[in-house]
Design a protein around this ligand. Structure first.
Ligand code: SF4
Length: 485
């Protein structure tokens, strides 16, 4: 059995996940939309980054890594820059490095990353690669990470030099290198053993692709929901129980946890009418319920935008002129592949009028986008910033537990609050959440959708974003009801 770079990194995280990957292929789920999107971003960033190395030669990446490694060796004789170079070590470890550059008698290794910073595991990644390349007979000198420079502001043309930061991490890699051979040997043994490793479940397991298997006996509402990560891990280690019923009051370190625990145990709502009323008293009619959808592109497509900047392309607005009155709907969705920001900003100013509260759920997000638009368009700045002066945050009464239902499972996200207090939910929608809206709109911008898929996407986005603001109308009624008004 071989050990790849991703296997090595998986072993560092959890040896059981490595074992399951090798021995229980039936448990591996196909990539979800978010994972697929991460792959797509990674591939797009790799392609652009390679343009910085015009003499680079792509090495073969077939099924057989031993053959690929042999072909890489042959290419390394004639070429100074190789992409996707494969190295294979007789003990079964192998890897592919993104960029390999010859300097005299030595080679430098460079990993391309779509993130905007060097993360700790990149050092593990490069240390493993350096180990494999060295044991495969290459003389390796420097190790580097080429990652996105999120300070870069695109002008008319994309500047590939400015888009990236190249950081030399050789010292950190060399420090890490010492332990790599023994770790690699250990992971090779573990993945080949017959018995599944026994690993204690912990809160971070919820992120693991095998959680559906390891966590199958975790109650629907568990200590991982109620307690903070470290508290939950300590509690589980000490009490061997995942049940909220077994958590004593003394374990709850915040008033919110006490409320959540009590609500779960009694099955009752927690209501603080005076607190809800205090929030409602800050509002002024007409109420404008506002929600943005944004795209976040690693490689900026539009002039005066940075990598990973949140570019608003859609908003939904429900307007309620009096308490319990009907809610009129307006909105904007940019259906072209051009920069959406100017048209969206102009229409937003026109749609929001001059008076009345603008209500968003987690309003910091909307306020920040409006501030960014104001910086981008000085002629619209006064009108845009005036919108922020009118902003109120509907999340506040739910986050502060002025109103809480055990059905929220500790979360104050609108995705949990809405179904807890109404029959509405996001389950059967074409677009289910903001992440999906973002990733599918980005696919549209990058010309990866057919005309039919674009049509379905626009309908889905209209329904989804509209639901987010209609949800706030419904929740406002709920707040009035529990405030006793
Ligand atoms: S769910 Fe946890 S224990 Fe199971 S494989 Fe993943 S990280 Fe390891």
């Amino acid at each position: 059995m071989f050990l790849s770079k991703s296997d090595f990194l998986m072993g560092i995280d959890c040896v059981k996940s490595l074992w399951l990957k090798k021995n229980r292929k039936d448990l591996i789920a196909s990539a979800d939309e978010a994972t697929q999107r991460r792959f797509d971003i990674g591939n797009a960033v790799q392609e652009i980054a390679r343009l910085r190395y015009p003499t680079g030669v792509m090495c073969p990446q077939d099924e057989d890594v031993i053959e690929d490694a042999t072909k890489t060796k042959a290419l390394s004789v004639e070429n100074d820059v190789l992409f996707e170079a494969t190295a294979f070590n007789q003990n079964g470890t192998f890897c592919r490095i993104d960029i390999m550059e010859k300097r005299g008698d030595v080679w430098d290794l460079t990993e391309i990353k779509s993130a905007a910073e060097v993360k700790d595991y990149y050092i593990d990644d490069l240390a493993f690669q350096k180990y494999v390349f060295q044991t495969a007979g290459y003389s390796i000198d420097r190790c580097k990470v080429l990652y996105i420079n999120n300070k870069y502001v695109r002008q008319k043309e994309l500047d590939i030099e400015q888009l990236f930061t190249l950081e030399d991490v050789t010292e950190q890699v060399n420090e890490r290198l010492f332990n790599v051979p023994a770790e690699a040997e250990n992971y090779l043994k573990i993945q080949a053993q017959e018995q599944e490793p026994q690993i204690f479940l912990k809160s971070s397991c919820q992120e693991c692709p095998f959680y559906h298997y390891c966590g199958k006996d975790v109650p629907e509402y568990s200590i991982f929901d109620l307690l903070k990560s470290k508290e939950a891990d300590v509690f589980y280690a000490e009490h061997n129980s995942l049940r909220v019923e077994d958590v004593p009051e003394s374990y709850c370190s915040t008033p919110t946890q006490l409320i959540d625990r009590e609500a779960y145990l009694t099955g009752q709502l927690h209501i603080e009418p005076a607190e809800i009323k205090a929030f409602l008293d800050t509002l002024e009619y007409p109420l404008y319920y506002l929600d943005f959808e944004t795209a976040q592109l690693a490689i900026p497509l539009f002039e005066k935008s940075k990598p990973y900047a949140q570019i608003p392309f859609q908003y939904s607005l429900h307007i309620q002129r009096e308490k319990d009155g009907p809610a009129e709907h307006k909105g904007y969705l940019h259906r072209e592949k051009s920069d959406p920001r100017r048209k969206l900003a102009e229409q937003l100013i026109a749609d929001c009028g001059k008076t009345g509260s603008i209500i968003a759920y987690n309003a910091t997000f909307e306020k920040t986008r409006i501030k960014e638009l104001a910086n981008l368009f000085p002629d619209l700045s006064d009108d845009l910033l005036a919108l922020n002066e009118r902003m109120a945050d509907q999340l506040i009464p739910f986050r502060r537990r002025a109103l809480y239902s055990p059905k929220q499972k500790t979360s104050a996200s609108i995705k949990y609050v809405l179904p807890a207090f109404s029959d509405l939910s996001y389950k059967d929608m074409e677009v289910h959440n903001g992440g999906e809206a973002m990733s599918r709109y980005q696919a549209f911008l990058e010309n990866r959708l057919t005309a039919e898929e674009e049509k379905i996407l626009f309908e889905g986005l209209d329904a989804y974003c509209g639901q987010d603001t209609y949800a706030m109308v419904v929740l406002m009624k709920v707040l009035y009801q529990y405030a006793g008004e």
